[in-house]
Write a protein of this length. Sequence first.
Length: 224
Amino acid sequence: MENSYVRSQNNFISKTLLTMALGLLVTFAVAVATPMFLADILTPQIIIAACAGEVIIVFYLSRRIEKLSIGSARMWFFAYSVLNGFTLSVTLAYYGFGQAAVAFGLSAAMFFSSAMIGMTTKKNLSTLGRVLIMGVVGLLLIALVQIIFPSAFAGMNLLIAFLGIAIFCGLTAYDMQQIKYFHNSSYAYDEVYASKFVIIAALNLYLDFINIFIYVLRLLKGDD
C-alpha cells in the first residue's frame, strides 16, 4: 500500500512538472514569434486586454477546477500560457533575447534549487507561504504605484528585483511542498479528479517561474 502511494505521488509530481514545462514552452514560443508575426497588433489596449484575460483565467481556473472537465481545464491552462507569451513578448523586446536567455538560465537554476528545498524539507512551510503571499500583494502595490507615478521608487529597482526573486523562490519551495498535499487530497479519487489537481499545481509553479524570470531580468537591467 505504501509503495503504491509513493508511486502515485511520484507520478503526480512528474505530471505536474511536465504540464508546467509544456506551458512554459508554449509561452516562450509565442513570446518569440509574436514580434515576428504579430508586431502590428501589439497596441497598449491589446496588451492590457491580454493581461486582464490572464487574471480572469487564473481566477476562473482556481474557482471552477472541480466542475470543469479535464480537457477544459487543460485548455484554459494553455490559453493562459498563450496570453502570457503574448504579453511577455513586449518584455523580451525591451530587454533583448540575449539578456533574456541569460535570465532564463539563472531562473531555471533558482527554480530548481527552490523546488528541491520544498520537496526535501521536513519543515511545514504553510506559515512561510502565507507571509510570502502578503509579499506578493506588496509587490503588486509597488508595481501599481510605479505605473501611476513612474518616478516612484526611483533608484530602488535592484532592491525590488532582489525582493521579488526572494519571494517567488520562497513560493516555489512552498508550492512544491503543496504538491504533496494536492496529491494526498486527490489520492482517494479517480484519475480524472487527480488530473485536475495537476493543472492547478502546474499553474502555481508556472507562475512562480515566470515571476522569477521577470525579476531576474530586472536585476540584470539594474537601475537603468
